[in-house]
Design a protein around this ligand. Structure first.
Ligand code: SF4
Length: 478
């Protein structure tokens, strides 16, 4: 069902140059540049796949594309500034030489700023909000057919959570993905005080289990071995739609259903919320062998006072209890996290509690963020905003601790045998193949294309910075 109509009526008529493009007989090419998180990567992939299905081609770079879309992020102000700056450059450089090029914003910043983006950047033709990705192809068709000059569509649309489902999987025989992300839900109801997501992505909306399982089955039939279930707060999956059954939450019921798929080897998920780690989920790690030993569990702070101000919904003690249970269930569990330093009102004592938590948990790795106020979030108006130098200094001290622990953990793998799923050539050095351990550590080795998609054992002979190197001499060729 078509949702509320986009804002299109009061824009000027189509420029003559665009009308010229509209009568070209060859289908246009598209280039999508993605900012931000894995959700955005997945949304871009689905839009690209929907456009390919309609006959559009994917341009290798913006310099040759007929359509350039920026899929934006609003998590930090810097990410928004980057996308706006990029669009200004595209308007000044690409548009000047090729006036028929269509320029568009999609995603979180498109959602929060809407029409303002066209007012500020009149060269922009298309602004597509977070519940409208699936309309992109239709709107481009209308622009190229001369029916629309410009489109802004940021309205809510019921059922849009089930429209991010097409995959590219790089169809060629030599470049075929064996891992895939599957979007299981959209939005978040947690309203952490620093986070813009509930405003840009809306409230939690979950797809049905049969719908998700059908997409996963299709992926497996195309050669995918590992699936990552994706959402802003996956542990809240289906909370309002599916009752707890036999003590199992909707998310655990989904994990069980996906686990049933023959040919699927590994299941991951991201991002969970610590308060969603009930005993049913911890117990699922004991029962479901395809569920890998890897947990990315965002803690944000080690201080209960900060956790309360952040509206996180758990305490330090509760968080540590979850980690303990997970490691009891799976001793090899790889644990990573997200931490914010310099949140408003964070004292030296609060920060030291974060340092002590990092030492206590011994994270394999952590993404450390310096707090950056987001307009319209409660934390931006809180008293006690800290100077940038304090944030920088705490960031450096925490990274030192994280890096020291990470180096120790990775070094401990030297001499050990690990199981990896080979994903393909390393991005940095295509002469090497890259795989991941079940605990989500990247391993490089001297392999070849024929190893892609194999689950194999390697002996680790060297550890680098958050990377392991396997010995090709003892590759298990089974
Ligand atoms: S749980 Fe995650 S996505 Fe939801 S408000 Fe908090 S930080 Fe944002």
């Amino acid at each position: 069902m078509r949702g509320p109509q986009p804002e299109i009526s009061d824009f000027p008529t189509l420029p003559p140059s665009r009308k010229f493009t509209a009568i070209l007989s060859v289908m246009p090419s598209v280039y999508i540049k993605t900012y931000g998180c894995q959700m955005n990567e997945r949304d871009s992939e689905a839009v690209a796949a929907q456009l390919v299905a309609k006959g559009y081609s994917l341009a290798p770079s913006e310099s040759t594309a007929d359509v350039i879309l920026l899929n934006t992020c609003s998590v930090r102000d810097a990410a928004e500034q980057k996308a706006v700056g990029k669009m200004q450059t595209l308007a000044a450089e690409v548009r000047r030489h090729r006036p028929g090029v269509v320029l568009g914003f999609m995603g979180c910043m498109a959602q929060s700023r809407g029409r303002q983006l066209i007012d500020k950047l009149p060269d922009v033709d298309l602004v597509i909000g977070t519940q409208k990705f699936h309309r992109t192809a239709d709107y481009l068709d209308d622009i190229f057919a001369g029916k629309l000059a410009k489109v802004v569509d940021v309205a809510a649309e019921a059922g849009s959570e089930a429209t991010i489902r097409e995959h590219l999987l790089n169809g060629s025989a030599t470049d075929k993905s064996v891992t895939a992300f599957v979007s299981i839900m959209q939005g978040c109801n947690q309203y952490c005080t620093f986070c813009i997501v509930p405003y840009t992505r809306g409230g939690e909306r979950s797809r049905s289990i049969p719908d998700i399982v059908a997409e996963c089955r299709e992926l497996v039939s195309r050669g995918v071995k590992e699936i990552t279930l994706l959402g802003q707060i996956v542990t809240s999956y289906g909370k309002r739609d599916l009752p707890v059954n036999d003590g199992k939450s909707a998310f655990v019921q989904l994990l069980e259903a996906v686990h049933e798929i023959d040919g699927l080897e590994r299941i991951r998920f991201t991002s969970p919320h610590p308060k969603g780690y009930g005993d049913d989920l911890v117990e699922a790690y004991c029962r479901l062998p395809k569920l890998v030993e890897s947990a990315h569990l965002p803690v944000q702070s080690g201080s209960d006072r900060m956790l309360k101000l952040m509206h996180r919904g758990y305490t330090r003690e509760r968080y540590l209890g979850i980690i303990e249970k997970l490691r009891r269930a799976r001793p090899q569990m790889g644990v990573t996290t997200d931490i914010i330093v310099g949140f408003p009102g964070e004292t030296e004592a609060d920060f030291e509690e974060t340092l002590s938590l990092a030492r206590q948990v011994e994270f394999d790795n952590a993404f450390v963020f310096k707090y950056s106020p987001r307009k319209d979030t409660p934390a931006a108006a809180m008293p006690g905003q800290l100077p940038q130098e304090v944030k920088e200094e705490r960031n450096a001290r925490l990274l030192e601790v994280i890096n020291e622990i990470g180096a120790r953990h990775y070094a401990a793998y030297v001499g050990r045998q690990v199981e990896i799923l080979v994903e393909g050539p390393s991005k940095r050095n295509p002469a090497r193949m890259m795989g991941r351990t079940r605990s989500n550590k990247i391993v490089l080795f001297e392999g070849s294309e024929r190893h892609r998609g194999q689950i194999m054992d390697l002996k680790i002979n060297r550890a680098g910075s958050f990377t392991l190197y396997g010995d090709p001499a003892i590759i298990n060729m089974e």
